[in-house]
Design a binder for this molecule. Sequence first.
Ligand SMILES: [Zn+2]
Ligand SMILES: [Zn+2]
Length: 390
Amino acid sequence: MPSREAPRPLLDLWLERLFGDDEPAHLGSGWASGVASVFLGAIALGSVLVFWFPEWLSTAQFRRLYPMPLLRGLIEVVIGVAFLAGGLSLLLRRRKVLGFTGCALALLAALLGGGRVAVEGDLDRPATLGLDWFLLNLFLLALVFVPLERLFPRWRDQSPFRIGWTTDAVHFFASHVLVQALSLLILLPATTLAALWRPDGLQASVRAQPLWLQFLEVLLLADLAQYSVHRAFHQVPLLWRFHAIHHSSRALDWLAGSRLHLLDVVVTRGLVLVPLFLLGFAQPALHAYLVFVSFHAVFIHANVRFRLAALEPILVPPRFHHWHHAAAPEARDRNFAVHLPWLDRLFGTAYLPREGWPPDYGIAGDPVPEGYLEQLAYPLRVERPGLRST
Ligand SMILES: [Zn+2]
Ligand SMILES: [Zn+2]
């Protein structure tokens, strides 16, 4: 495991005290089934709460797009699996807290109506929290990446509950629950500029291209913009204070990529959208890119050992971005692209040894504190000038 010795955040310690024990965690010990039960029970209960209070907890832009019969059935399945996994953990494990918690969450979700709750309320209410968006993304990403990280781990001994996982989980929670407010801010530069400058002829010819070609152009333009903004976040000291949050992870996995200061999220994504909006790409091409980026950005942080050697020159694999997070001085301020590694080769900022992965990650001296609120406030603290020299 690549982590240096570091103090655990309070939330890590609190959860460990609540759920932890000295029993083994291998398959058949009731640990994985207990964790799965708590995870699925919490997802089920959260989903039922969204059904009860859709006007507050479901995202206004998405709520009408959901395939409701499918989601209702899925919630019932999730409740059932949470019960079964909880029961299994209760049978296998001496300490029962995981199994009991999972079963209690699933029971509460079922008692509150499960997937059968009628969706009522003022669904035209514009300002909402995106609990639905958080739960859907958490469920889908965990479904893909938890098995991948267990079957093909880069760091076999790294627990999903490594130091700082709760900080990353809160980052993930905040950036999804605040989706509506963040989208508004992210769209602001693109929509403002698009209102000022409308090259109708150019936009019509962009949209007349086949969708696959538009998708490739979107990928190129988005990564060119992302490369420039990302490089600025590394090289302008004031911006680095914000981006240092992302680089403070001492271990990488699918959750670590969520560790981003909100200003970093808004500025980077906002500026990436500007060329795409100005050129007027068709909605399906933009949507395909958004789906692609939400999986690819998680994949390149994941604790997986895929080399994807044939793709390595054209599409960023995990090893390329892992080197971007390396603590080693020779890898510092390298590999800014998140999709197209040849952009870094073109601009002379690539660092990818022929073989091997970074031995450890993060910023030398570990200047960034753990904890979500501490990280949100960190760039604004005036007593730490010269961050980059640490
Ligand atoms: Zn970076
Ligand atoms: Zn990263």
